[in-house]
Each structure stands twice: as structure tokens, then as C-alpha cells.
Design a protein around this ligand. Structure first.
Ligand code: GLN
Length: 303
């Protein structure tokens, strides 16, 4: 396993086409694209890492997995009255279907759906309390008290997040937000600005993996369902492509991170800031494809 990860990291650093770093969040535009990290946390507790696996990065939309777990913890299946469970086939920040589908976002991983999930775990608390709960959840999953929110990334996104403000106002116009748009957006941007290393993220992902000796943070049924949503919706309009190439549930973020679960086997985190046309890490996706190929971990069977 260590040799495989070393080979993948070395090949990634030499790659000519690393994709494009996200520029619409000014703080992310500053990130050096010549970085690549990968970590695998096996169900038995062993952890393997290579490249820049100890460099913290902005987890961005990977945080939507933790937000969904918290929202489901708050209201259970009632969440599905406010957000769907189908892929959208559109970009992560699209507003198109919201008008047609009367303010019910297609799934909790596109931005509109994630805003509803954030509004759900925010209900009845202040943004500070809700974010405290989110960070405590992530720290408990990782067993690492050092995980924190990068304030500069959160402010940078809040100052430029016109698209997310539009989505939130649109949701509010259909009565699908309980808290104010400002509170939801403030909480959402801080949630996305959680910073983690690949090693921390791989460890955190074990809450979605059966067969570990970690304390259970979600029920088995919820774990299976979150994995199903990651498989069908975790990469937006690139979800079909990711399932085709990798065959494992995953959630990407525009910071260049991807969390992938190989059910029963491992939680895998990869990070490379350059993105493909869907806004998912280009080299990260290629690395996951290679891991799935070499290990035979695809949920659809051996190579
Ligand atoms: N914070 C980012 C946004 O809302 C997250 C998007 C992503 O990672 N795909 O635009």
C-alpha cells in the first residue's frame, strides 16, 4: 500500500496538466497547484500517507458530508421534506432547478441543498453554537482536537459569495430556510472553511466506514444512505463520471480535496488543488481511479 501511494504521489507531482485552481474564492486562488497529498485509513486502524498528506487545505464541499450527518441527527428523515435525493446533472452552484422544483433542492451536496442542511443544523442555535457543534463532530470523528476553521477563507467567500446569497434568497422565497439568509450564509461559509490535512480527513471519514473500532457517530442505516448519496451526487454533474472511473462513493470540494469510502475497507482522502471541468480535483480523481484499479475496491467488483 505504501509503495502504491508513493508511486501515485510521485506521478502526480510530475504531471503536466494539473487542472485549474478555483479562483472565485480569492483566498483559494492563492494556493500553489503543485501540491498533492494522499492518505488511506484502513478499517483495521492502519494509516498510509504520501506526498503533502500533512499540509492543511480548505475542505470546502467535503464539509457537506459532516453537515448532512448533523442535519440528519437533528431532524432525521424529516430532512427529506426539504431536500431531495437525486443527482441534479448540473453544476454545484446552479440555480436552474430551484424555480422549477419550487425551492426543494435536488440533493444535499449541491450548494442549494447544502444550504438547507446548514439551516437545519443551525435551527434554534446561534451560528457560533452550530459551528461549535460541527467542529466537535469533525474532531470526534478524527480524534484530533486541533481541527479548526480558517477565518480568512470564510471571510473571503462571504465577501464574494453572490451566487450562494442568490441561492439562499431563492430558497427563502419558497419558505425553505428557517434562519435568516445572513446567518445561514455565515454558517455555511465557515463550515466550508474547515481546514484539514489528508491524514485528518481520511481518519474523519471512518465514521462512514463499517468494521472500525471507532465510536459510532451515525447508525449503520444512515451510514449506508450517506454513502449512497456520495456515490450518486457527491461530484455534482461529474458524479456519473466518478462512479464510472472509480466505482466508490466520494465527496469533492473546490479546495481540491476528495473523500472516498471503500465500504468495509478504507477511508481515503486525496488533495490536489487543480480542478477539472466539473470543479473536482483533477489529479485527485485520477489518483482515486488508480487506487480503485490496483486494489479492486470498486463496489461494482474486481477488475
Ligand atoms: N464553498 C464553496 C461554494 O459554496 C463550496 C463549493 C464546492 O466545494 N464545490 O461555492
Amino acid at each position: 500500500m505504501q509503495e502504491l501511494l508513493n508511486n501515485i504521489a510521485n506521478a502526480a507531482l510530475k504531471s503536466e496538466d494539473k487542472g485549474q485552481v478555483a479562483t472565485y474564492i480569492p483566498e483559494l486562488a492563492k494556493i500553489d497547484p503543485n501540491q498533492f497529498g494522499i492518505s488511506i485509513a484502513l478499517a483495521n486502524g492502519d494509516v498510509f500517507s504520501a506526498g503533502d498528506a500533512h499540509v492543511p487545505f480548505s475542505i470546502q464541499s467535503v464539509s457537506k458530508v459532516f453537515a448532512l450527518a448533523l442535519a440528519l441527527g437533528r431532524v432525521g428523515d424529516q430532512l427529506w421534506q426539504r431536500v431531495g435525493r437525486e443527482p441534479s446533472g448540473l453544476s454545484f452552484n446552479s440555480i436552474l432547478l430551484l424555480e422549477k422544483e419550487e425551492g426543494i433542492p435536488r440533493n444535499p451536496f449541491i450548494n442549494a441543498g447544502a444550504l438547507v442542511a446548514t439551516d437545519t443544523y443551525l435551527a434554534g442555535s446561534s451560528p457560533r453554537e452550530a459551528l461549535g457543534e460541527l467542529v466537535r463532530f469533525i474532531r470526534a470523528a478524527t480524534d484530533d482536537e486541533s481541527i479548526h476553521i480558517n477565518e480568512s477563507v470564510a471571510s473571503s467567500e462571504l465577501a464574494t459569495g453572490h451566487r450562494n446569497f442568490s441561492l439562499a434568497h431563492y430558497l427563502a422565497s419558497f419558505g425553505n430556510l428557517r434562519a435568516s439568509v445572513d446567518k445561514v450564509l455565515g454558517t455555511y461559509c465557515h463550515q466550508c472553511a474547515v481546514e484539514m490535512t489528508c491524514t485528518q480527513l481520511a481518519l474523519a471519514g471512518r465514521f462512514l466506514l463499517e468494521g472500525t473500532d471507532m465510536p459510532k457517530l451515525v447508525s449503520s442505516e444512515r451510514r449506508r444512505r450517506i454513502n449512497a448519496l456520495m456515490m450518486t451526487c457527491g461530484h455534482y454533474d461529474g458524479s456519473g463520471d466518478f462512479a464510472f472511473r472509480v466505482g466508490l462513493p466520494g465527496k469533492s470540494g473546490v479546495g481540491g480535496g476528495i473523500l472516498v469510502i471503500a465500504p468495509g475497507r478504507a477511508s481515503i482522502a486525496v488533495w490536489s488543488p487543480g480542478l477539472n471541468k466539473y470543479g473536482n480535483s483533477k489529479l485527485g480523481t485520477e489518483a482515486m481511479e488508480r487506487i480503485a484499479h490496483e486494489t479492486g475496491w470498486s463496489v461494482f467488483g474486481m477488475p
